[in-house]
Write a protein that binds this ligand. Sequence first.
Ligand SMILES: Nc1ncnc2c1ncn2[C@@H]1O[C@H](COP(=O)(O)OP(=O)(O)OP(=O)(O)O)[C@@H](O)[C@H]1O
Ligand SMILES: [Mg+2]
Length: 164
Amino acid sequence: MKIFLADTEATLGLGIALGESLPPGSVILLEGDLGAGKTTLVQGIGKGLGITEPIVSPTFTLINEYTEGRLPLYHLDLYRLEPQEVLSLNLESYWEGVEVTPGIVAIEWAERMPYKPDSYLSISLTYGDEGDRQAEITPFDCAIDKIIAVIDSRILQVGSQNSV
Ligand SMILES: Nc1ncnc2c1ncn2[C@@H]1O[C@H](COP(=O)(O)OP(=O)(O)OP(=O)(O)O)[C@@H](O)[C@H]1O
Ligand SMILES: [Mg+2]
């Protein structure tokens, strides 16, 4: 599904809808050019999970963990890594939830991953002509009917707020 994101608030709103509804063990692979809104979306997810701590880009730390919300949020940014270096991170430990508490795994620059989980949500963010953004959400082997319903209602809410 494609979603029009008119401004930063819309990107946050989509993230909030996801944070409120995603089940534990969800992996979100974020793709999109520099500044496309990946971190903004994860900030929304954090909000939706009830995390009050500011979510900052993990470009230099590679991974930030937030544990105060409904589920833990693991936020990764692979921008500075080569696929070979990504391999050594053992990312699967995050989505298998064996060594870590199952939560939401959000990965920026997922293009850098040499392998992917069995099931995940791909979100690709692109620039629009008017400084806006578009999100293309593609589920891979995961049920998102419920999530789509939540997103729909959230987008409607955003729309009605915008029209006031
Ligand atoms: N829908 C939108 N319309 C316009 N601006 C937006 C939208 N969503 C986010 N932004 C703005 O885009 C800028 C960059 O966002 P963000 O840092 O989230 O991008 P990013 O994809 O994480 O970048 P990077 O590739 O550096 O990690 C921010 O100023 C943010 O407020
Ligand atoms: Mg970012």
